[in-house]
Design a protein around this ligand. Sequence first.
Ligand SMILES: [Fe+2]
Ligand SMILES: [Fe+2]
Length: 325
Amino acid sequence: MTIAPVQRSTSLGSSAWTDARLILALEEVVEKELDRHLKVAKEWMPHEFVPWSRGRDFPGLLEGEAWEPGDSKVTPLGRVSLVVNLLTEDNLPSYHHEIATMFGREGAWGTWVHRWTAEEGRHGIAIRDYLLTTRAVDPDELERARMSHMSEGFTSDNAHSMLQSVAYVAFQELATRISHRNTGHYAGCPLADQLLAKIANDENLHMVFYRNLLKAALEIAPDQAMRAVADVVTDFRMPGHGIPGFERAAAQIALGGVYNLRIHHDDVLQPVLRHLKVMEIGGLGPEGLRAQEELGVFLDGLDAQATKFDERLAARQARVAARRQ
Ligand SMILES: [Fe+2]
Ligand SMILES: [Fe+2]
C-alpha cells in the first residue's frame, strides 16, 4: 500500500488521524525499516562475552562460597549502573505486552515487535550471566530486586497514543544506548565495557528504526506528531523508574556521569530532534506550532537546568579533589 498524502489538519478534531489509520499508513515504512534493520543487524553471541572459567558455585544446593563485595573489581558506580540497566532489561515481558498491544502482532509491525523482543532478550541474558559469573553483584539482592521490579510490571505513560509511543521509544532507545555505553566506560572492567558496547550498538539500531518511523509520522501527520514529540520530551522518564531504590541509584548515576541532565539534553534529546529537524519544520497548523513552541521553551529551560547541574558537579568534584590532597 502507499502512504496517504500529507494531511495538514488545522485542529486535532474530527480530521485528525486515528491510531488505527496511522498504523496502517506507516506499515510500508515499517516494512522498509525492518528490511534495513535486518540487513545491518549483525548476529552476536552473548555467551562469548562471559568469562565462564571465572565462575564459582554459590551457597545452597551446591554448598559453594557466599558472595563478598571484594569478589569483583567492578567499580561501585559500575555496579549500581549495571544493576539498573539489567533490571530495566528484565521488564521485557511488560514492554513486549505494551508494544504488541499498541502496534499489533500482524504483518510487518508484528515481525518487528517479535524481532525487537528477541534482540532485547539477549541483553538481559548477557548482563546477568556476566554479573553472576564475575560475582560483580550480590546475587541474592539482585534476584530479590528482579522479583520486586517485575512483579510491579511496567505500564507505558504513552499507551493512549500511537504517536507518543513511537516518539517515546525513539528517545528511550537512545537513552538506553547512552546509559549502557557510559556504564561500560566507568565499570572498571574491559570485558564489561566490550559487552555493553555491543548491547549499546543494538539499542542504537532500535533508535534508528523508531526515529525513521517518527520522521515518516511527522510527514504524514505533522501537527499531531509535533504534539506527541513535545508531550514525550517534556514528560520523559526512564523505563526503569519503578526499580526499588531507583531515585538513589539515579542520583549516583547522575553524579558519576553515566546519565544526567546534561547527557539527556546533549546526547539523547538533541541528536534525535536535530536529525528530524523538528524545530525547523514549517507549515504547521496552530496546534503543531504551539507544540513546537512549547518544545523550544522546554529545551531552553532544560539546558539551563543542565548547566546548573554541571556547575554543582564541578564544584563537588573540586571539593573531593581538594580533600584528597
Ligand atoms: Fe536492551
Ligand atoms: Fe533496545
